[in-house]
Structure formats: structure tokens, C-alpha cells
Write a protein that binds this ligand. Structure first.
Ligand code: C2E
Ligand code: MG
Ligand code: MG
Length: 740
């Protein structure tokens, strides 16, 4: 911006000119000419500023320019009296112009002051405090002495008080600009300086003309600098934005500077009573008392405004704290609050619902779409329940619904309704998503504690999820089972620490000759009282409390060591591979592949001698589990899909998951000798496996007939009690029996 520096160029030129003015002989024509030129130049530069910067509100600058020029006219008139007619009348026609300029300046300032959006009561009060304080000082020290001076005529007194009074009015308007919630611009600050210079000069003039005969020429410096500064304000680029700085508003509170100013201004009245001479006459005392009262009332007003503001903000905060940001539904805290109220006044029905497979949506489609899904479902849930019900988002993909006054009989209806609206396909980002959820239902029987009610709903919901059911109602048995699991969990910890776990190995044999080509390692718990406990009774609990990670590490290491030892002891007769079951929780840990590599390295077993068995469900959701499988594959470890055919999306999974071995579940083997669905599936599975170049292992083969039939269908690897039960030291030399 070419003209952005102009304002201080003018400030420098104007100051120099003012200094130059004092070099000229006093009362000479050149000196008055210089005075008038500076004044006129200032007025014209204001107009120039408008042309250059094109302000939002040009009108006010025209008023300012008019005010300046009227002043210059006043100066000319005064000089006419002084230098042409050689009189110095006071008051004179010049005062008409001088005073007449004030309304113009005030008219200019008014739109600036009112320019802000909205009402700013606090700013107004602050301005009033400053105005009253300063006004009081002015009154006591300047106006009142002048006004009560009987030695001069009343017109003189009136005019002498009018100048400072008008200046104070100007200052009060500027104070209002300063105290508004908007930021003041440099231009406004220059305006304030100009007015301040004017005020000091006017007060000085009133005092000098009243109390001394002489003329203080030094006052001219103040007036001239006021002219110059006023024009500088118009030349400053920030004049464009009429007093408001568009870049931001000030915080509504009180800054430290303003607090000091306000405190000082409101203390002025009482402080003045300490000054000698003040309060000697009744008028002074009345003025001070009145000022103090007004200031006190203003402060009270300001404080009450504050209190209101704080209360309003507290309300807003509470609102924020009670609602979920994403969906606008009630949040957990609000829900607990509502539940507490409802429990106090009758029966309640609470259902907690958790979306199935939401994590997969988030992982596959991204969080943005996940969020949109949540928002859409939240809207549906809210639209479904009646007005007295509360729907809350408890976090993540978990929602809760509270129906006050509803009994257990209505539970099924409620869940039907909610599940119904969720079932409608959701269209987000070009995807059609089908959503299901698990519901846990409870009522407030026997408790008035909202946390207990929520806990019950939670227990029921988890039971539903665990069992793959849509809904579960809370019963005390759920708690008993949970507590039994908790104590089992603690026992497992001790079992691991005191070495109560064993591994047994079940042979996997090749048909038709029945050679043991591999073994599957299966864990057993040698319980001090209960004897050998099967994994079905504790693996799930170990998964839940996370102990499976440590237990799994032990199993892996033990199995690898055993396999390596067999190789050393039996040579070629040892099984080529050992198969180890790995649970979902182990796979989901980023460091798992490394653990496997370490176990192999430490035992000396080659990677090709190890297979890990994972279930379809463990890798169904993709993510880290899938990543781990790829890493294992890179190590050279084989991957087997266990219990194949019973899990999620069997065939689709084979496209994404790196698989070498399919372990066809026992349920398909059981009835294979009878024509029927199972036989058909077993046939299909061997074809798929051959087609994809995978190795199929048939599990749970208990009879020779089953083995014969499997062989006929094309199965070459089998595992089952018919070929050997899991034992600590299987016999590798024994060959299987096959009729064919
Ligand atoms: P799985 O991996 O499918 O293991 C095969 C299960 O079927 C074993 O039961 C085995 O004893 C049993 N089985 C084998 N042949 C027959 C048969 O002919 N008839 C019958 N009725 N059953 C047969 P187990 O050892 O009780 O293991 C059950 C499940 O526990 C395993 O199923 C596996 O999912 C899990 N599991 C076992 N050991 C471990 C382990 O070390 N780690 C992990 N994470 N899970 C394990
Ligand atoms: Mg297995
Ligand atoms: Mg299996």
C-alpha cells in the first residue's frame, strides 16, 4: 500500500511546521498565516484520507473535516480582531465558530460509537464510569470555580465552561469507543490523542483568560498538534474500518488495564475529599457526593451484568457438558442424571445397545464415514422413542435408551422397535451399510442407583454379544457367571505362575498310509483339585482378562522346544510340523510376529516346521490381525484356518487372508457317512481347497468309516480320536488304519 506511511509523514511535517510557527515573530502576519495554513491543511488532509482509504463510513470524516475548517474560520475571525482591529474581545464572534465546531465533531464521533453490532452494556457502563470520574475532577477544579466566579460576566463564564465541557463530551465518546468490546484501531487512538490535546488546550485557555491577563502562546502548540493529529488519524490506513478492527473482538471480560482505569475512576470521588480545599463549600460537597453515588451505582450495575454473564456462561457450559458433540444426543452424564430422576419416581426400562462390527466400518471406510453412520443412527433412534424417553450416546458405538414409567413387559416391544429402525440400510458416502446391534435390557428392580442399573444393562449387553444373540435381559445369574469368571481369572494367574499348564499333542496323519506328518499342540490345565481341565473351560476367560497373551507365549515356546527336541531324538520319524492355536487377542498385538520369530530362533525350529491355527473370527475384522498373518507368512510360518466352515464368511475370507491350510470342522465330518448337507459341504470344501492349492485337514475323525469316506472324497490329511488322542508323548511310529 503506497499511502500506508503517509500518516506519519504528515505527523512529522505537521510537528515540524508547528515548531516552525514558534520561530516566527509573535503576532506577525506570517505567523497567523502559518497557523491558518496548518489548520486548513489538516482539514483538507482529512478529505484526502477519505479519498485514499475509502472508509466504510466516509460520513463521519466529512463531519470532522467540516469541524476543522469551521475552526480555521474561527481563527481567521479572531486574527481579524487581534491584528486588524487590535482588540482581544472575549467572548467574540470567533467563539461562535469555535464552539460551533464541536457539534460537528460530536456528530462525526456518534456513528463510530454506535457502529458496533449488538448492545454492549458493559462497555457503555465502563465509559460512563470514566466519564463521570473525569467529569467530576473537571467540575471541581475547572468548571465550578469558573462558574461561580462572580467577577466576570455570565456569558464569559458560560463560554469558558462550554469549551472544556464539550471536550469532556468528546472524550467520553472516545472512551466509549475504547471500552466497547471491539478492538480499537490506530486511527481511533490518534483521534483520542487529538481530542486529549484539545481538552488540555481548552482548559488551559479557560483558566488563562479568566485568571490572567496575558496570553499563553504555548497553548497554540497544543491546538496545532490537535489539528495535525486529527488529520493523521484520517490518513492512517486503519481509518477504513470505522473503529472496529475486523480481525477480531476482544474477550468480553475485563482486562487488567481496564480494571485499573475503572478502579481509579471510581475512587476519584472519595479520594478527592482528601485534597485540601475540596469540600469547603456546599457545592463541592454536593458534587463529590453525587459523583460518588453515580459511580457506586454504575459499579453495581456493572457487577450485576457480570453476574448475569457468568450465569449465562455457566448454563452454556452445563449444556455442553451434558451433550454428545457428534450427535447432539444426551451424553453419559446426562443419561445418569435422567436415570436417577426416573428411578426416584417409578419403574424404568433401560436398554443399552452396541453396534455389531462398527470397528470394521471405521477401519475400512474411515472415521468420517463412521461418524456419519453414528449420526444417522442417532437420529433414527431419537425419532423412534417417545417424548418422555431419553436417548443417549454413551461413547463410541454405544447408545442407551431410558423409558421412564415403563415396566419389563414393554422391553421386547422397545427392542423390536429400535432394532427395526437400525435394520434399514444406511447410505453413507456411496456405501449401503447394514447395521445390527446387541441389546442389553434391564429395569430398576431393587435399586435406586443409576450406576447399578447401567452396570446391569452392560452385563446383559455383553452376554448378548458374547453369545451372538440380539438381546439379553439382565438376570442375577449373569452376575454369578461373571463373578465365577473373575475368580477363575485369578486362579489362572496363579496357575501360570506356578506352572500348572501342560501341552498335549494330537497327531495329524496322512492317508492312506497313516503316517504322522504333524501334531497339533493343545493346552491342558493340571488343576490341583479338579485334575486336567480342558481349554474350553478357561481359554475364553484367559482371552477376556488378557492372560492369554502370556499363556500363549508359554504355549508357543513350549511347543517349539518340544518339536525341536523330537527332531533331535527321532530324526526323520519326527513329525514335520507342529501346529499351535493362536487366539484373536494374541494376533491383534503388533509384536506377535516378532514373538514367534524369537521362539523359533531360541528353539532352533525352522519356520517351515511351524503352523499357527487361527479362527475365521479372529481375522474377520482385518486390521492388525491380518497384518500379523502377513508378517508370519513372510517368516515362512504356515497359516491354518481352524474350525473352517463354522465362522463368518468362510469363502470370502480366503481372498484376503493368507492361508495355507483349511481345517475342516468336526461338525462336517460327524455325519459324512450319511448322505446329507454335511457330506455335501465336506465335498465342496475339499474341492475349494484343491482348487485354491490349499491343504485340507479333516478334524474330529472318530471312526474308520469316516476316514474311508474322507479319503474317497479326496482328503489326504486327517486328525481325530480314531488316529490318536492328544497326549503328552504321542507315538509317531504307529500307522493309521484305513480299510481302503
Ligand atoms: P481346536 O483347535 O479345533 O482343537 C481340536 C479340538 O478337538 C481339541 O479339543 C481336540 O481334543 C478335539 N478333538 C480332536 N479329535 C477329536 C475327535 O475325534 N472327537 C472329538 N470329540 N474331539 C476331538 P481341546 O483340546 O479341548 O481344545 C478345544 C479348543 O480349545 C481347540 O479347538 C482350540 O480352539 C482351543 N485350544 C486348545 N488348545 C489351545 C491353545 O493352546 N491355545 C489356544 N489359543 N486355544 C487352544
Ligand atoms: Mg486347533
Ligand atoms: Mg478345530
Amino acid at each position: 500500500m503506497r499511502f500506508s506511511r503517509l500518516w506519519w509523514v504528515w505527523l512529522a511535517v505537521g510537528s515540524a511546521a508547528t515548531a516552525g510557527y514558534f520561530l516566527l515573530p509573535r503576532g506577525s502576519l506570517t505567523s497567523s498565516l502559518a497557523y491558518n495554513v496548518i489548520g486548513l491543511a489538516s482539514g483538507l488532509l482529512i478529505l484526502t484520507g477519505v479519498r485514499l482509504h475509502r472508509p466504510e463510513m466516509p460520513g463521519l470524516w466529512y463531519w470532522f473535516a467540516a469541524g476543522q475548517i469551521v475552526w480555521v474560520i474561527g481563527d481567521v475571525v479572531w486574527e481579524y480582531y487581534a491584528y486588524v482591529r487590535h482588540v482581544e474581545p472575549y467572548p467574540s464572534a470567533a467563539d461562535v465558530f469555535y464552539l460551533g465546531a464541536y457539534p460537528l465533531l460530536i456528530l462525526g464521533l456518534l456513528p463510530l460509537v454506535r457502529g458496533g453490532r449488538g448492545r454492549d452494556l458493559a462497555g457503555l457502563i465502563d465509559a460512563a464510569v470514566v466519564g463521570t470520574g473525569l467529569g467530576l475532577v473537571l467540575w471541581i477544579f475547572v468548571l465550578e470555580p469558573i462558574a461561580s466566579d462572580d467577577s466576570v460576566g455570565w456569558t464569559e463564564r458560560l463560554i469558558s465552561t462550554a469549551y472544556p465541557a464539550a471536550d469532556v463530551l468528546l472524550l467520553a465518546l472516545l472512551a466509549r469507543l475504547y471500552t466497547s468490546s471491539r478492538r480499537t484501531t490506530s486511527s481511533v487512538r490518534l483521534l483520542a490523542l487529538a481530542t486529549l490535546l484539545l481538552l488540555v488546550a481548552d482548559i488551559g485557555y479557560s483558566v488563562v483568560t479568566l485568571y490572567s491577563d496575558g496570553q499563553a502562546r504555548s497553548l497554540d502548540a497544543l491546538w496545532l498538534m490537535s489539528y495535525v493529529t486529527w488529520a493523521a488519524a484520517a490518513l492512517h490506513p486503519s481509518m477504513r474500518i470505522s473503529g472496529t478492527d475486523a480481525t477480531g473482538t476482544r474477550p468480553a471480560g475485563i482486562g487488567r488495564g481496564r480494571l485499573l482505569l475503572l478502579a481509579a475512576c471510581s475512587l476519584i470521588a472519595p479520594a478527592m475529599l482528601f485534597l485540601p480545599g475540596v469540600g469547603d463549600d456546599d457545592a463541592d460537597r454536593a458534587a463529590v457526593a453525587l459523583g460518588a453515588m453515580v459511580l457506586f451505582l454504575l459499579v453495581v450495575l456493572r457487577m450485576s451484568g457480570f453476574v448475569q454473564q457468568v450465569q449465562r456462561q455457566a448454563g452454556q457450559l452445563e449444556d455442553l457438558a451434558m451433550h454428545d458433540d457428534l450427535t447432539g444426543l444426551a451424553n453419559r452424564r446426562r443419561f445418569e442424571q435422567k436415570l436417577r430422576q426416573a428411578l426416584g419416581s417409578g419403574p424404568v426400562l433401560v436398554t443399552l445397545l452396541d453396534l455389531d462390527g462398527f470397528k470394521k466400518v471405521n477401519d475400512d471406510l474411515g472415521h468420517a464415514l463412521g461418524d456419519r453412520l453414528i449420526v444417522e443412527l442417532a437420529g433414527r433412534l431419537r425419532a423412534t422413542v417417545c417424548a418422555r424417553s431419553t436417548v443417549a450416546r454413551m461413547g463410541g458405538d454405544e447408545f442407551a435408551v431410558l423409558v421412564p414409567g415403563a415396566g419389563p413387559a414393554e422391553a421386547d416391544h422397545l427392542v423390536d422397535q429400535l432394532a427395526g429402525v437400525l435394520r434399514e440400510p444406511v447410505r453413507v458416502g456411496g456405501h449401503q451399510l447394514l447395521v445390527t446391534a446387541s441389546f442389553g435390557v434391564t429395569d430398576g428392580t431393587g435399586t435406586d442407583d443409576p450406576f447399578e442399573v447401567l452396570r446391569r444393562a452392560d452385563v446383559a449387553m455383553y452376554a448378548a454379544k458374547e453369545n451372538g444373540e440380539q438381546r439379553r435381559r439382565y438376570t442375577t445369574e449373569l452376575d454369578e457367571r461373571a463373578s465365577a469368571q473373575a475368580s477363575l481369572g485369578a486362579e489362572l494367574r496363579t496357575a501360570l505362575d506356578t506352572g500348572q499348564f501342560r501341552l498335549v499333542y494330537q497327531p495329524i496323519v496322512a492317508l492312506p498310509e497313516g503316517r504322522v506328518v504333524a501334531v497339533e499342540a493343545l493346552v491342558r490345565w493340571a488343576h490341583p483339585e479338579r485334575g486336567l481341565v480342558n481349554p474350553a473351560d478357561f481359554i475364553a476367560v484367559a482371552e477376556q482378562n488378557g492372560l492369554i497373551v502370556e499363556l500363549g507365549r508359554w504355549i508357543l515356546r513350549t511347543a517349539c522346544e518340544q518339536a525341536a527336541r523330537w527332531r533331535a531324538d527321532h530324526g526323520a520319524a519326527a513329525p514335520e510340523k507342529i501346529s499351535v492355536n493362536v487366539s484373536a487377542r494374541q494376533l491383534a498385538r503388533p509384536g506377535f510376529a516378532e514373538e514367534v520369530a524369537d521362539a523359533l530362533a531360541d528353539s532352533g525350529l525352522p519356520a517351515s516346521g511351524l503352523a499357527v491355527e487361527v479362527t475365521e473370527t479372529a481375522v474377520f475384522e482385518g486390521g492388525q490381525a491380518l497384518e500379523t498373518l502377513h508378517e508370519l507368512r513372510r517368516l515362512g510360518v504356515r497359516i491354518a484356518l481352524d474350525d473352517f466352515g463354522t465362522g463368518h464368511s468362510s469363502l470370502g475370507l480366503l481372498q484376503t487372508v493368507p492361508v495355507d491350510i483349511l481345517k475342516v470342522d468336526k461338525s462336517f465330518v460327524d455325519n459324512i457317512t450319511m448322505a446329507g448337507r454335511h457330506a455335501v459341504i465336506a465335498t465342496a470344501l475339499i474341492q475349494v481347497s484343491d482348487g485354491l492349492g490349499l491343504t485340507a485337514v479333516a478334524e474330529g475323525v472318530e471312526t474308520r468309516e469316516q476316514a474311508d469316506e474322507l479319503y474317497r472324497l479326496g482328503y489326504r490329511l486327517v486328525q481325530g480320536f480314531h488316529f490318536g488322542r492328544p497326549t503328552a508323548e504321542p507315538d509317531f511310529t504307529r500307522t493309521g488304519q484305513l480299510t481302503a
